[in-house]
Write a protein that binds this ligand. Structure first.
Ligand SMILES: [Zn+2]
Length: 372
């Protein structure tokens, strides 16, 4: 059957040119389609990053649960996807609480309530921006675990820093100075031995300044503030503003500004953690587990001395440079000489001379700043 064979061969030969173009056409079609998708995605991302210099990730923004419902939101803040793992734990502290109301305003607003409102907002935004960060709180309402003794709540807060295995501690307060209603601005307190806390407080400042908040600010490395000086983790205490200053108080009590400042703080710590995965843990050279490391003659009293947080420092005049390496203050509670004098300079290391007229009850125990 030579004819049939020849026919078959011819057919096969003829079929090849018909098959090849269709495969190539299909291949090219797929290639073009893939290229279109790829370049469209790249273009959208490039355009988006140009539109949002802060680097908002459009993919992350589209994840469920990441929609920003806040008024006055800032699209520059990054959101991070939920990877199912925790990269850091942040412990948020709403200053005062319970019997301890902090400083009241003439209008009857208590500092503890403003602190709580803003602290809860910081936690909410931190959860929204970055599910990879675990958020824990010292308190989320006014039911607290300590009584009326001031040292109990400070001890509790320090103990929680350890028990929650937190990496970062952010304590939120509102300042007061009745002596001069023009005194205004934000004050960040950090441990002088913790460079990470300094970097982070600078990020807080930058974000807060960008929303018109911390234009007047100070970053104070202050060894007399128990919550930062005795801490085993990166700790920052933020005095958000002065309730005794009209413009500061207006911002502190305005819900839109509360949202803005809470989000600015949340974004700063979220970005810092993600951009500094190798940030070293804080090893406190002076305290461990709330106890002083160096044996002093009166080491048993060192803790309570620090917790008394004696200060002659006024936020308006506090030094911004590094303070000399301080010894644990070997002073008693009455050394708080100029606690009632907000114009006095901070003591270089051991505290100011004793002032028999000083009234320790006039000191904000969490900040060491004068209440009156
Ligand atoms: Zn306070």
């Amino acid at each position: 059957m030579p004819a049939n064979t020849k026919k078959t061969v011819r057919k096969r030969v003829r079929r090849r040119p018909n098959t090849k173009p269709s495969v190539i056409f299909l291949y090219l079609t797929c290639l073009i389609a893939a290229s279109v998708v790829l370049y469209s995605t790249l273009f959208v991302r490039a355009y988006s990053s140009l539109s949002n210099p802060g680097g908002t990730d459009p993919v992350a923004n589209n994840l469920p649960g990441h929609t920003d419902h806040s008024s006055g939101s800032d699209p520059r803040y990054k959101t991070y996807p939920n990877t199912g793992k925790t990269v850091a734990t942040v412990l948020i502290d709403a200053g005062h609480g319970g019997m301890d109301g902090g400083k009241p305003t003439p209008g009857g607003i208590l500092e503890k309530d403003l602190n709580l409102t803003i602290a809860n907002k910081v936690g909410k935004y931190l959860n929204e921006l970055n599910p990879q960060i675990e958020v824990k709180y010292i308190r989320t309402d006014d039911n607290v675990f300590w009584g009326s003794v001031e040292s109990e709540d400070l001890d509790y807060r320090l103990a929680q820093q350890r028990e929650t295995n937190a990496d970062y501690f952010v304590s939120l307060h509102c300042n007061s100075y009745d002596g001069d209603p023009s005194v205004e601005g934000t004050v960040f307190f950090i441990n002088p031995d913790d460079p990470v806390a300094r970097e982070l407080s600078e990020d807080f400042r930058d974000n807060m300044t960008s929303i018109g908040w911390a234009e007047n600010y100070q970053i104070i490395d202050y060894e007399l503030l128990q919550l930062v000086s005795m801490s085993d983790i990166h700790s920052i205490l933020i005095e958000l503003g002065y309730m005794t200053n009209a413009s500061d108080l207006a911002r502190l009590t305005d819900e839109e500004m509360q949202n803005k400042v809470a989000k600015a703080i949340a974004a700063a710590i979220s970005d810092y953690i993600m951009e500094n995965p190798d940030a070293p843990e804080f090893v406190n050279p002076k305290f461990r587990n709330g106890k002083p490391l160096k044996k002093k003659e009166d080491s048993s009293a060192a803790s309570s001395q620090v917790s008394s947080q004696i200060s002659s420092q006024t936020p308006a005049e506090a030094p911004q440079s590094e303070t000399p390496d301080p010894a644990i203050p070997q002073t008693d509670g009455n050394t708080d000489a100029s606690a009632a004098d907000p114009n006095a300079q901070v003591p270089a290391d051991t505290g100011a001379p004793a002032d028999p007229n000083a009234d320790p009850s006039l000191i904000d125990p969490n900040t060491g700043l004068p209440l009156q």
